[in-house]
Design a protein around this ligand. Structure first.
Ligand code: 5GP
Length: 131
């Protein structure tokens, strides 16, 4: 018997981010390529708070991604750099500076197990990485 997170086929249900990629859930998408998508976090923690998400949900977290597809990880980092220089994505804060966060595991605050980078921008205080 499958749990709530499984469909009748036994396959895991698509992640919330796969549903955004499929346009089943609306999101403010700021950038998209064949391999990844970037959109605004629904609950922003900084003046600019984007998520950069590979379209594949094969990798749960950044450690799995680095081992399985390092080029895709590099693409996420490069995309964060591009977005941080884009007025469309970063508005007045488009100066090429940002904080990149990959929560890895529940005790580190990860809630969606489809790897994603948080790209944070705007004036960020020093010394506030963790609360
Ligand atoms: P995590 O806690 O796993 O590192 O990050 C998951 C992030 O996804 C959270 O910051 C949360 O606000 C964001 N999020 C969860 N569901 C949605 C959604 O449906 N749309 C958008 N835009 N962001 C979401």
């Amino acid at each position: 018997m499958g749990g709530m997170s499984e469909q009748s086929t036994g396959a895991p249900a698509p992640s919330v981010f796969s549903r955004i990629v499929a346009r089943e859930i609306p999101a403010d998408i700021v950038h998209e390529t064949e391999t990844l998508v970037a959109f605004r976090d629904i609950s922003p923690q900084a003046p600019v708070h984007l998520l950069v998400v590979p379209k594949t949900e094969r990798y749960r977290d950044v450690v799995e991604l680095a081992a399985g597809d390092p080029a895709l990880l590099a693409e996420i980092v490069a995309t964060a750099g591009q977005l941080s220089r884009s007025a469309d994505a970063f508005g007045d804060h488009a100066g090429g500076e940002f904080r990149l966060v990959f929560n890895t595991g529940p005790s580190a605050g990860q809630t969606v197990f489809h790897v994603h980078a948080h790209v944070l921008g705007g004036p960020l205080e020093e010394g506030t990485l963790a609360h």
